[in-house]
Design a protein around this ligand. Structure first.
Ligand code: XIL
Length: 329
């Protein structure tokens, strides 16, 4: 059975997954399965929290190990994320202020992007900067970065990243673009407005990252709405990456066979839409195996049964979701 990375590559696409240092460096079977199936490794640990132990230091020990593992297995390496309002270090709040925020932000991007210059396929430069519920007409999320630097921070972060590593593909990453409901519609509109603003200023943003955290019990998936949105993004001259694809099955009945079938159906339906858009260059799942998943902490099942959101089960065997993805490629 050809692995997903080969099936994707045959279509000129990249398939990858997020991979964390601890499981990859301690579980040989997992590392082997990861290298077999994935043509890209995304480090979700290149957030401030993981690499900034103090205000004046960086620690790349673990991320360097992951980057080396990716390179040794012929995988593209992508970094998540340079600028976010979450996973900031404990010292951040009492240290960063209006006077020094720009210095901290520019130094962070120059140091981190510089450290990996030439090794990185793409960076999630800016993550989740849109939140229409924050009440601004432009839909910008009221993060410390916006508060301290004003909206020009949106352009600054991409410019500094581009100057530091001209080879890296620079991505704006966000969630909540997938379904036909008022919340996602407002988010799609605000995200398009942000992308248009960046492009109109000549800001070096190259792609939109669609996180695609999907719901197995969703009833408002509208393929045409999603397809039209992808076309609008592509018409801005942007590439598209599906950056954190997974399917939360916490609200489904307990039956495992039923859950695997429904989850596989969601993967199939979603991928059949996104893979129809030529601007889409990569499909990344936010997890490869159910054994190592971020989801239980965030969407636990009321009955306490293990979740089954990812392509491989906890023994690294393909599930119906894997078949669905294999067919889609
Ligand atoms: C998640 C990580 O996978 C978890 O390990 C961590 O505890 C919380 O963050 N959207 C994002 C990712 O952009 O950074 C988040 O990753 C998942 C939601």
């Amino acid at each position: 059975n050809a692995p997903l990375r080969d099936r994707a590559a045959a279509k000129g696409l990249i398939y990858g997954a997020v991979g964390d240092y601890l499981p990859l460096s301690t579980d040989k079977n997992y590392a082997t399965s990861f290298a077999r199936e994935c043509g890209m490794l995304v480090s979700g640990e290149l957030k401030w929290y993981f690499i900034r132990p103090t205000p004046d230091s960086f620690d790349f020990t673990k991320s360097d190990w992951v980057a080396k593992f990716a390179r040794a297995s012929g995988m593209h390496f992508r970094g998540h994320t340079l600028v976010w309002h979450i996973s900031l270090p404990d010292w951040f709040e009492e240290t960063v202020n209006r006077q020094n925020a720009e210095g901290f932000l520019v130094e962070h991007i120059k140091t981190v992007v510089g450290h990996y210059a030439g090794q990185i396929h793409s960076w999630d430069v800016l993550n989740e900067a849109i939140e229409p519920n924050d009440g601004r007409p432009d839909g910008l999320r009221k993060t410390p970065w916006l508060e301290f630097l004003g909206e020009d921070y949106l352009d600054l972060v991409f410019r500094v990243a581009a100057e530091t590593d001209p080879q890296a593909l620079l991505v704006y990453n966000d969630f909540g673009m997938d379904y036909d409901n008022p919340r996602d519609e407002a988010r799609r509109i605000a995200i398009l407005k942000l992308l248009e603003r960046l492009k109109s200023k000549g800001t070096p943003v190259h792609a939109l990252g669609i996180q695609a955290h999907l719901w197995a019990d969703a009833t408002d998936f509208n393929p045409k709405k999603l397809r039209d949105f992808l076309s609008q993004v592509a018409s801005l001259g942007l590439k598209i990456l599906i950056t954190e694809l997974d399917v939360a099955d916490h609200r489904l009945p307990p039956d495992v066979k039923l859950r695997d079938r429904v989850v596989a159906g969601v993967y199939e339906d979603y991928l059949s839409v996104v893979l129809d858009e030529p601007a889409v260059i990569a499909i990344i799942t936010w997890g490869l195996s159910d054994r190592y998943s971020w989801m239980p902490e965030y969407h636990p099942r009321p009955d306490g049964l293990p979740l089954r959101p990812h392509p491989l089960d906890k023994h690294f065997q393909p599930k119906l979701a894997w078949n669905a993805m294999a067919r889609a490629f």
